[in-house]
Design a protein around this ligand. Structure first.
Ligand code: NAD
Ligand code: ZN
Length: 342
């Protein structure tokens, strides 16, 4: 089979010929149809410090995908050959206290598909059946291949009651844009998205009724004035990973405001903790998705008309992966889909 792999501890990726994996007793074998490129894959491609510390080459990468079950182990129940499935990329231990309590997203021994074990950028992928998620075949394949990051956006946004609230999202990357659409769909009052990249703000504007702010030219206080807001944002979704954006958010929250922290900050990101204390802000770290409540919620949102297709900027053949990574690194793309069916 074809597979996109990190072959040696150096920058770059190679499209290689690899053996089709064989499912163990509890595994499903999936014929991959579409994948999408995540920021994590870009880190692995670039071979930055995080990648050097985390990835053990040779390894097939990728974790955002949709495909069809073509084989399975003899202990698998509840799936059939031909089922269209996504995959939860966090393979949990099943043995720790959180796993036993059904809080699998809080497992402390999680293994990442395409990060700690072979991934989905290949013609075939083998994962435990407990990580396969049957999906609605009426949802377009391109959208289904983005369910992993859509899950991050959903998990972060739905931590809080959004109805009637003023929401600020820092970072108009694919996840920030999807979160903006979710906030809109969830009947937030104002949805304001900040970025420093005009291309990304244009993407956010396409999600419908979103106020975009280029923080290099405009500021959140003036935007609040323009919108007639008087007391600050009720909900903040930090999706940039930039400390300046987080500080800007904290400065513009209402007293009692609630913040989801999804963006991965560099070390030593400083904030004014007294603003958290005196304004009684709630900060909540967000990781991955809830297994499987987030999958349920995002499916229901899409079925109810949530449209994330504006975020998909490119559809490429898997053999054109190098161009896809180049686009991702340029910051001028949204989600990039790789097609493995031809
Ligand atoms: P992305 O890098 O594509 O988007 C981040 C955006 O933030 C970019 O458009 C960038 O221009 C913008 N930005 C930079 N500085 C800014 C500033 N000062 N103010 C406002 N915006 C600014 O990332 P993404 O794929 O959309 O993911 C969003 C974040 O979430 C990233 O930090 C990513 O690493 C993180 N992430 C976390 C999890 C998790 O489980 N916690 C999962 C996936 C991604
Ligand atoms: Zn566990």
């Amino acid at each position: 089979m074809r597979a996109l792999a990190k072959q040696s501890p150096a920058p770059g990726l190679d499209l290689i010929e690899a053996p089709v994996p064989r499912p163990g007793p509890g595994d499903v074998l999936i014929r991959v149809k579409r994948t999408s490129i995540c920021g994590t894959d870009v880190h692995i491609h670039k071979w930055d410090t995080w990648a050097q510390q985390t990835i053990k080459p040779p390894m097939i990468i990728g974790h955002e995908f949709v495909g069809e079950i073509v084989d399975m182990g003899d202990q698998v129940v509840g799936f059939a050959i031909g089922d269209l499935v996504d995959g939860e990329g966090h393979i949990t231990c099943g043995q720790c206290r959180n796993c036993h309590a059904g809080r699998r997203h809080l497992c402390n021994k999680t293994q990442g598909v395409g990060v700690n074990r072979n991934g989905a950028f290949a013609d075939y992928l083998c994962i435990p059946a407990t990580n396969a998620v049957k999906v609605d075949p009426d949802i377009p394949l391109d959208v289904l291949s983005c369910f992993d990051p859509l899950g991050n956006a959903t998990h972060a946004a739905l931590q809080w009651d959004l109805v009637g609230e003023d929401v600020v999202i820092t970072g108009a990357g694919p996840i920030g844009c999807m979160a903006a659409a979710i906030a809109r769909k969830s009947a937030a009052r104002h949805v304001v998205v900040t970025d420093v990249n005009p291309a990304r703000l244009n993407l956010a504007a396409e999600m419908g009724s979103i106020t975009t702010v280029d923080v290099t030219k405009d500021s959140l206080p003036t935007v609040q004035d323009r919108l007639g807001m008087k007391e600050g944002f009720d909900i903040g979704l930090e999706m940039s990973g930039n400390p300046a954006a987080l500080r800007d958010m904290i400065d513009n929250m209402s007293h009692g405001g609630r913040i989801s922290l999804l963006g991965i900050m560099p070390e030593q990101a400083a904030i004014d903790w007294n603003k958290v204390v005196f304004n009684m802000l709630t900060l909540r770290g967000i990781y991955g998705r809830e297994i499987y409540e987030t999958w349920y919620k995002m499916t229901a949102l899409i079925q109810a008309g949530l449209d994330i297709t504006p975020v998909i900027s490119h559809r490429l053949n898997c053999t054109d992966f190098a161009y896809g990574f180049e686009l991702m690194e340029s910051g001028k793309s949204g989600k990039i889909i790789l097609d493995w069916e031809n």
